[in-house]
Design a binder for this molecule. Structure first.
Ligand SMILES: [Zn+2]
Length: 453
């Protein structure tokens, strides 16, 4: 952050969709340091000395996109069991994941975060839950990658303690001991978590799923997170198989089970939430529990279509996520806006989710899930300068409404991506690391993981 004082950027002549507040057909955004200093119609009233002036003619400015669910390590393990159900795919994947080390995680996270940046993402979470013994500091490896790529990062220390011998799904050799998990999680919070306004890094606590984690660890994880004021995350209600597993093992459905463990609340956001009862939808809204909707992954695994329209109607917070690349193969975050819109319409009709509402999910909705709606997710003076500028010329120019042009068809190229005022992408190419180096890091991680298996 050494160059913070000299970050001055002025974008002019752009169509601005601030997400909160009125759209501005031709306006300016002034960035000073890591914050937005001004947003408004027409040219900027005052251009700071030495500012990087960007002509946004023919461009759409949106808030940077927020990714609420990911497993970055999976970049190294894509294409496994391409036609399997969630449980079939997991069973095939656990063996490979057991070979992870810090080098694989570093390369996979570099490629995964670079790919996110190239699709307009400025803040991403990650959920890492596989920690084979003696393979280096996997959590720190992904944090280093996020620093290099330049994204705002919310890594979650995940976990699994319920192996097959305890009635769980994963083999016993990929799970950890609960005491060890809690010790390592607390250490990660103390070492890396930064709660300040403008933070580039916040840690979350994220046991993996009801079928790989004990109830005892769920309860103790929630106590630990709440004692440190950090957020809670897990997978829930992803597939019909999971419903069956929970009925058999716990005598109730997944969300009822979570509720009983004290795991619904405004400090919790949950991935998938495909199979919800009406009561579950109400409970999410009542408790302010967030949902990370991952439509491509749900489609890839044939999990179903989440009740996003119902959740929004009830008032529950909803964000978008790409999920791990092993179950969504290079899904671009901006593409999830289109996917969410189309899948909701396929289920509920053409008015179920508009392009503008889907953009809200990808920005302010995701910011809410991560507890950062006051800092990111909209273009407003005083907020952090996380901005995506999309180029709508060329083939996109035949659609008049810029938000429709952005959301309906192929995602337009990025003219700029700013994270805290710093240019991470320019003219479609990364400026922090190179495109070629990030792609090669991912390919090398994949070869290393396969070579080790
Ligand atoms: Zn996931």
């Amino acid at each position: 952050m050494g160059d913070l004082a000299v970050r001055r950027v002025v974008i002019e002549n752009a169509y601005i969709t601030p997400v909160v507040g009125e759209e501005i057909p031709c306006g300016h955004i002034v960035v000073e340091g890591d914050r937005i200093a001004a947003v408004g119609p027409g040219p900027a009233a005052a251009v700071p000395e030495g500012a990087d002036r960007v002509d946004g003619s023919g461009c759409l400015a949106t808030p940077g996109l927020v990714n609420t669910h990911h497993h970055l390590y999976q970049w190294a393990a894509q294409g496994v069991m391409p036609d399997g159900t969630l449980f079939e795919w997991l069973m095939a994947s656990y063996r490979l994941w057991a070979r992870l080390d810090a080098e694989v995680v570093s390369g996979a996270a570099t490629a995964g975060l670079a790919w996110l940046a190239k699709s307009g993402c400025t803040t991403s979470t990650d959920h890492h839950y596989v920690f084979p013994r003696g393979r280096g500091d996997l959590f720190e490896a992904e944090i280093d990658a996020a620093r290099r790529v330049g994204l705002r990062f919310h890594p979650c220390r995940g976990s699994m303690d319920r192996g097959r011998s305890q009635g769980g799904l994963p083999p016993d050799d990929v799970v950890e001991d609960a005491d060890e998990i809690l010790r390592a999680t607390e250490e990660a919070i103390q070492k890396f978590h930064d709660p300040s306004f403008g933070s580039m890094l916040r840690v979350g606590v994220a046991p993996c799923s009801p079928f790989s984690v004990s109830g005892d660890l769920m309860i103790r994880s929630a106590e630990l997170a709440r004692s440190h004021g950090v957020r809670l995350h897990t997978h829930i209600a992803e597939t019909a198989d999971e419903d069956e597993h929970c009925r058999e093992q716990f005598g109730m459905l997944p969300v009822e089970y979570l509720d009983g463990l004290g795991w619904l609340g405004p400090d919790v956001w949950l991935a998938h939430c495909v199979h919800l009862t009406d009561k579950d939808v109400r409970r999410f809204a009542e408790t302010g529990t967030g949902v990370a909707h991952c439509p491509s992954s749900n489609g890839r695994l044939g999990a179903g279509i989440a009740r996003v329209a119902d959740l929004l109607r009830a008032g529950a917070p909803v964000g978008l996520g790409v999920d791990g690349a092993a179950s969504s193969e290079m899904t671009p975050l901006a593409g999830e806006i289109r996917m969410a819109m189309l899948m909701q319409r396929a289920r509920y009709g053409p008015s179920a989710l508009t392009a503008r509402r889907a953009l809200e999910l990808a920005t302010i909705g995701g910011a809410g899930c991560l507890g950062r709606a006051a800092e990111i997710g909209s273009l407003e003076a005083g907020k952090l300068a996380d901005i995506a500028l999309w180029r709508l010329g060329g083939f996109h120019a035949a659609i008049d409404d810029p938000v429709v042009a952005f959301a309906y068809g192929q995602t337009p190229p990025l003219a700029r991506l700013l994270v805290g005022g710093r240019t991470v992408v320019e003219d479609g190419e990364l400026r922090t690391v190179s495109d070629a180096a990030a792609a090669e890091a991912g390919a090398r991680a994949h070869r290393r993981l396969l070579g080790a298996a």
